[in-house]
Design a protein around this ligand. Sequence first.
Ligand code: ATP
Ligand code: MG
Length: 438
Amino acid sequence: ISKMSADTETEKRICDVLRLKGKSTALIIAKEIGLDKRIVNKHLYILQKSNQVFKTDEQPPVWDLLEKKKEIKHTLKPEQKPQTTRDTSEEEKHVEDLLRSGGLKAHQIATDLGQSRQTTNKQLYSMMEKGRVQKCSISNMWSLNEEWSEGSFSQERLFEMITELGDGGYGCVYKVKHKIDGKIYALKKVILTRKADSEVKALAQLEHPNIVRYITSWHGPNIWTSNQQRNQVSNRTYLFIQMEFCEGGTLTDWIQARNHMEKQRTTAEIHKIFSEIITGVEFIHANNLIHRDLKPDNILFGADGKVKIGDFGLVAAQTDQNGDPIERSKRKGTPPYMSPEQENKKNYDEKTDIFPLGLIWFEMLWKISTGMERVKLWSDLRNQRFPEGFSDKYSAESTFIMKMLSYSPEDRPHAKDIKGDLQTFFSLEHDVLSQRTI
Ligand code: ATP
Ligand code: MG
């Protein structure tokens, strides 16, 4: 009881100081009444809870009597009950204010704020989840997360954007530089939907020299928005996927360089590239996945010069006949490269990936100079009809491609069989032949 009255005595004295001196910091009040600043702070927070004092916006915190703020001239009612519905964000702000001058242990914060350890810990862990504070596991000291002071902390701030590599309907891919390790990466930003994580899960699972190397992923706010996007996009959450940067560009670039600029295509190089593509696809299928969007845009070349299959945005699990493999029903793939069953039917298996591979192989071999030529040729090709001279010039390849473009999925070969046959039929250099799946 005597402690209780001593406490109310201290609180009365604090109010007196504020009444006489006007708004003051805890330190000034502490000096005035000859008490430790910590103790004064603790009572200030108690007084705040009972609506007797308030903290102004100034830094360090400056306190004043609430009656002055409200301009009400009646006397204080110390018996007033603390507010029952407390604003958690307000409370967390108090913790933040305390930590601004340095790290503190949870029990010190609890004492300073005049609240229980339990309440304090709840606030601290909730703040930690939001990235606002951090705890040192050795000293058990809590401190402010510096990044937070500018807004919200998020990992994408650690990257400097260099260029935009691609802008699709579902997001964007940027060439970025990591501010700490100094390395260049590709950072893909996609709208966070219920199905978005399947891309990340597939990438994380598929560790292979012919598949784009995944680094990590996280959820964060929208950044680096172009003017055009800014008009449409609100502040929704995005999924960020950090990957190796494939500096060799895409297979589209490779094909175009040979169609329009007089770059040489050699069968040896084509076979090397194609066998790497098939090796990657074989690995995807061996992991019970279907890519579903194989096309030259999604096939890249790494710094090591090797093929890297990318864009697992449409990846699906292989399922049995009864299963429904469609994961993103709104997005179906890329029509010119899509297998007939992927266009028409709901259920399909990994053979759906073999069809576009036939088209891709053809495109690597055969020069298509104009868009008109391409339009004319493409529907024939999808129906297993080659342009004149193709089968004569590439007899072995055309036999393979013909099978791969079979209308019925069951007539198409498996990736692993194509790979095996490639090695048997073509006299490739030893290092190309020996690129087996590890
Ligand atoms: P989605 O098809 O999932 O909507 P998207 O097609 O926009 O997405 P990606 O195909 O992954 O996304 O990437 C778009 C383009 O960005 C690619 O065609 C390629 O040019 C470039 N790109 C993607 N990943 C990388 C990478 N790891 N390194 C270099 N360039 C990349
Ligand atoms: Mg793509």
